[in-house]
Design a protein around this ligand. Structure first.
Ligand code: SAH
Ligand code: SF4
Ligand code: F3S
Length: 431
């Protein structure tokens, strides 16, 4: 048995691409290992969304040079978004890299490792029609691709350049894969795409959700990410009516200033966003809404930043991911005048996070003494003697270990205490 070490950075889509590469490599006789020192093949699945993500990869890559010197038979794959952007340059700069494989070519990793070396970064118009095997981590929750690429070209974002054109996967092949997952015992699926509600396969996104809702064995359906400009009533109604679709939506706002939103090419105003939030909350009571925010976009003025902070207060998100703006190669925003100093970006990010922390805490506190359904996932990663699961609104709940509780169970849990990032609970009815 040959051994492969896979490490990924970046979004869920990238994490799932790694599961697919492992699925392909398994067929070539590889088994995964936890330590790069033990591997015959190392795969780095990279992210270039922000400069920091890139740096993490490069510092890791540097360490493999030594491994390769010790074991000249070792092969190194650089996959993912940096691979697509840098291409052959990666091999020139780091000659100990054998293969460079972009996100549209991960299905070829098996064929690649039979070659002496190569660069696989071609556009693949057939990507959405390929069924690439996946070896998933865990047995309760599964990710599944419904679309690839992105055509939105938000001015700060590298993804349209790394993942290519938007392509929807045919509904039939999605449903078939999910039916297989249900048969294998998976309970929850998360549909993946950069902009899932612009899904245009042979069904609309809402129709797709409805067909998945009919698959026996699947208990919960989630999806990421939704773009506010494409969030329409059909999806809101589907979220209201389909019992397995969870009461959570991740809806990146990015900024609360219309002037900045326009420069970002987001194609909505704060007011339009607020109206959609209102419709969601009306149709789906108790829905959790989370978001992404960028601090310090080029030309952002103190009043633009203030508009973001006040939008956070007004909307009251259940959680946010916030980042300092990071100029990315090829993107329009990187060429804009008015790039802000690091200190300004940091200050604004800190304020955003501080304000949101209080909001998140209050939201979690409000759940104390309520009863919530959780899907049990397994032992808690952060706390010993605890099991962990999530509410339908995607909040982490830790409960005491018990013989009667096992992964994959749906459990009614009373929330005893809210911490900043998780909840403490106990099963109702003494389980
Ligand atoms: N397709 C998703 C986002 C994918 S990237 C969507 O449109 O919502 C995830 C998040 O990274 C983005 O929502 C954005 O907040 C952040 N991001 C993207 N490019 C960035 C950049 N250049 N600097 C800082 N944050 C960025
Ligand atoms: Fe990037 Fe915008 Fe596409 Fe999201 S929608 S991946 S932020 S270009
Ligand atoms: Fe994802 Fe990073 Fe690429 S966030 S799409 S892996 S740039």
């Amino acid at each position: 048995m040959k051994k492969v070490y896979i490490r990924s950075w970046g979004c869920q889509m990238n994490a799932h691409d790694s599961e697919r590469m492992l699925g392909v490599l398994r067929r070539e006789g590889y088994a995964p290992v936890e330590a790069p020192e033990e591997a015959d093949l190392i795969v780095f699945n990279t992210c270039s969304i922000r400069e920091k993500a890139e740096q993490k990869f490069y510092s890791q890559l540097g360490r493999t040079r030594r491994l390769k010197r010790r074991n000249p038979a070792l092969k190194v794959v650089v996959a993912g978004c940096i691979a697509q952007q840098k291409g052959a340059v990666l091999k020139e700069r780091a000659p100990y890299v054998d293969y460079v494989i972009g996100p549209q070519n991960i299905g070829r990793v098996g064929e690649a490792v039979h070659d002496a070396g190569g660069v696989f970064t071609d556009d693949d118009p057939e990507l959405a029609r390929r069924d690439i095997p996946a070896e998933r981590g865990g047995s309760v929750k599964a990710w599944i691709n419904i679309m690839y690429g992105c055509d939105n070209f938000c001015s700060y974002c590298v993804v349209p350049y790394t993942r290519g054109r938007e392509r929807s996967r045919p509904a039939g092949s999605i449903l078939k894969e999910i039916a297989g997952l249900a048969a294998a015992g998976f309970k929850e699926i998360t549909l993946l795409g950069q902009n899932v509600n612009s899904y245009r396969g042979d069904a609309s996104f809402a129709e797709l959700l409805s067909s998945i809702n009919d698959i026996e064995g699947i208990e919960r359906i989630r999806f990421v990410t939704s773009h506010p400009k494409d969030l329409g009533d059909e999806l809101i109604t589907a979220m209201r009516d389909l019992d397995k679709v969870c009461e959570h939506i991740h809806l990146p706002l990015q900024s609360g200033s219309d002037r900045v939103l326009k420069l970002m090419n987001r194609k909505y105003t704060l007011d339009e966003y607020l109206k959609k939030v209102e419709r969601l909350r009306k149709a789906v009571p108790g829905i959790a809404i989370t978001t992404d925010i960028i601090a310090g976009f080029p030309t952002e003025r103190p009043e633009d930043h203030a508009a973001t902070v006040s939008a956070l207060e007004e909307i009251g998100f259940d959680g946010i991911f916030a980042f300092k703006y990071s100029p990315r190669p090829m993107t329009r925003a990187a060429e804009m005048d008015g790039q802000l100093p690091e200190e300004v970006k940091s200050e604004r990010l800190t304020e955003i996070l501080r304000r949101q922390d209080r909001i998140t805490e209050a939201k979690n506190k409000a759940l104390e003494n309520t009863v919530q359904e959780i899907l049990v996932e397994g032992p808690s990663a952060s706390e010993e003697e605890r099991m962990t699961g999530r509410t339908r609104t995607n909040k982490i709940v830790n409960i005491p270990l018990s013989d009667r509780v096992s992964p994959g169970m749906l459990l009614q849990v009373r929330i005893l205490r809210a911490n900043r990032h998780s909840l403490e609970g106990e099963a109702v009815g003494g389980q």
